[in-house]
Design a protein around this ligand. Structure first.
Ligand code: GAR
Length: 203
């Protein structure tokens, strides 16, 4: 569980928060061994290089199928003995090629209180709907879109004058705290799963 691969497609600010947590000993003994990205030109790839984290940057389009793309990732994960996969803004659905060997070992962070506003642009969906409360969810990944068992959730109030930018800023702050906490608990094997219900043991 302690050897971690982070998967990301974009800015990588959550990746940066996880790296920062590891550096100050707040990742439960977990170590980030690899950054996997499907967007080699994404800022997160640059961040990984600057942080001295190994990268696996592959363009899915250059593979004959999604399965072959993932098979190459799985080979690298196995070579590095990765025990935990942390999706941090990885904007692709995972197929059984990756899910099966890593069942129960893949987590995701999503910027809403699931099951509300799954899928893309969760914050925009929440603003358009007009909810007064939204938040962040960390969950195990299954074959669906943001459907796996919930591990942790934090809520926050949507203010009357919130814009996409102001809401995103507060959501991100919550994410940067919550994700390292959950990753630390997993790396330290303090999270159990019974059916769809997760239980976190205190330190
Ligand atoms: C995060 O807000 C994360 O919750 C969201 O993408 C953002 C990535 O930001 N993920 C999803 O919407 C997954 N459906 P980052 O690249 O700066 O960490």
């Amino acid at each position: 569980w302690s050897r971690i691969a982070v998967f990301a497609s974009g800015q990588g600010s959550n990746f940066a928060a996880l790296i920062a947590a590891e550096r100050v000993g707040l990742l439960g003994g977990g170590s980030i061994e690899l950054l996997v990205s499907d967007k080699p030109e994404a800022p997160v790839a640059q961040r990984a290089e600057e942080a001295g984290v190994s990268t696996l940057l592959l363009r899915p389009k250059e593979f004959a199928s999604r399965e072959l793309y993932e098979a190459e990732i799985v080979a690298e994960l196995q070579r590095r003995e990765i025990g935990l996969i942390v999706l941090a803004g990885y904007m692709r659905l995972i197929t059984p090629v990756l899910l099966t060997p890593y069942a129960g070992r893949i987590i995701n962070i999503h910027p809403s209180l699931l099951p509300a506003f799954a899928g893309k642009d969760a914050m925009g969906q929440a603003l358009d709907y007009g909810v007064k409360l939204t938040g962040v969810t960390v969950h195990f990944v299954d074959g669906g879109m943001d459907t796996g068992p919930v591990i942790a959730q934090r809520s926050l109030v949507v203010e009357d004058n919130d814009t996409a930018t102001s809401l995103a800023e507060r959501i991100h702050k919550v994410e940067y705290e919550l994700y390292p906490e959950v990753v630390a608990a997993l790396a330290a094997e303090r999270i159990g799963l019974v059916g769809r219900k997760t239980i976190i043991r205190e330190k």
